[in-house]
Design a protein around this ligand. Structure first.
Ligand code: BV8
Length: 250
């Protein structure tokens, strides 16, 4: 059981767990993070490319930015790592809800088996029609005039991704999970992007959960966590799951 006032300390109360993941959990699967050494994408800052204004100004450049990331994600060499797999096993074996709120737009959590999963910043393998708002699974390049499978209009498809200045998805469901959980774990996020970086405050405000940060290095929000585990997600997440389940993960 995790150190501190872990979920088991709460008696009959629900011992639900909320896990917030960021780009760091996918690094050991081969996907680069944003703010590490390779943090500048093609020499551009994410905040300059991932905005509706950038898309309006240079749609081909923004589409190409996501087309390249989609192709990389679809490379067979890119697979869930031990951290993704351990979280899916925790969801299967933990007696109360385990919800993964991911800032990532890759599909590694799904492929690892996580089901109670919220992609608050959207999904790279989906496209959204700017004309009819329909969302479709999408694995091809989006640059070029594709027709929307819903309304048949062409030239209206964009990545189903939340850009800076756009409202993240499912914030009500996330807030509700944060306020009722007994354990909040943040994995592989630099804590620089809001509202995700503020989730630990909502948990602290509810006053009933233990909070753990798993990261290679201190983040912008480390001081807000009761417990810190410094190291790689692929090593530390299976270890935490093993502690919580009281048995070897895997
Ligand atoms: C919003 C999708 C309300 C795209 C992303 C002005 C107007 C509006 C809003 C704002 C504004 N000014 C500021 C804001 C808020 C803004 C914001 O926070 N800006 C920052 C830059 C200050 N937020 C927003 O705009 C959000 N919307 O506020 O809505 C609203 C709406 C309208 C008007 C007003 C308010 C929307 C933000 C979503 C942007 N989209 N992603 C895409 O992926 O291309 S954000 C992007 O960066 C990622 O998705 C991720 O979510 C985010 C943070 O990245 P991290 O995941 O933390 O990754 P990072 O590389 O930074 O860090 C990796 C970490 O892992 C490191 O700590 C490293 O040490 C660690 N690590 C590395 N390897 C490992 C490891 N740890 C463990 N093991 C390892 N092996």
């Amino acid at each position: 059981m995790a150190a501190g006032a872990g979920p088991g300390a709460g008696g009959a109360r629900s011992r639900s767990i909320v896990v917030l993941t960021g780009a760091g959990i996918s690094v050991e699967s081969g996907l680069p993070s944003f703010r590490g050494a390779a943090g500048l994408w093609q020499g551009r800052r994410l905040e300059e490319v991932a905005t509706p204004e950038a898309f309006a100004r240079q749609p081909a450049l923004v589409q190409r930015f996501y087309d390249e990331r989609r192709r990389q994600l679809l490379d067979p060499a890119i697979r869930p790592n031990a951290a993704h797999l351990a979280l899916a096993e925790l969801e299967r074996r933990w007696p109360d809800p385990v919800v993964v709120v991911t800032q990532n737009i890759d599909d590694l959590h799904e492929r690892a088996g996580s089901r109670d999963l919220i992609h608050m910043h959207g999904e790279l393998l989906k496209a959204r029609c700017t004309a009819c708002a329909a969302v479709h699974g999408w694995q091809e390049d989006l640059a070029g005039a594709h027709r929307c499978p819903g309304c048949a209009r062409s030239g209206c498809l964009r990545p189903h991704v939340v850009w800076f200045g756009e409202m993240p998805l499912e914030l009500d469901a996330i807030q509700s999970a944060l306020e009722s959980c007994a354990l909040f774990v943040a994995i592989g996020t630099s804590g620089q992007v809001y509202p995700a970086a503020g989730f630990v405050e909502a948990v602290r405000g509810a006053g009933q959960a233990h909070t753990i940060e798993i990261n290679l290095e201190p983040s912008a929000i480390s001081s807000r966590f009761a417990e810190h585990r410094r190291g790689s997600a692929a090593a530390l997440v299976p270890a935490l799951v093993e502690e919580l389940l009281g048995a070897p993960a895997g």
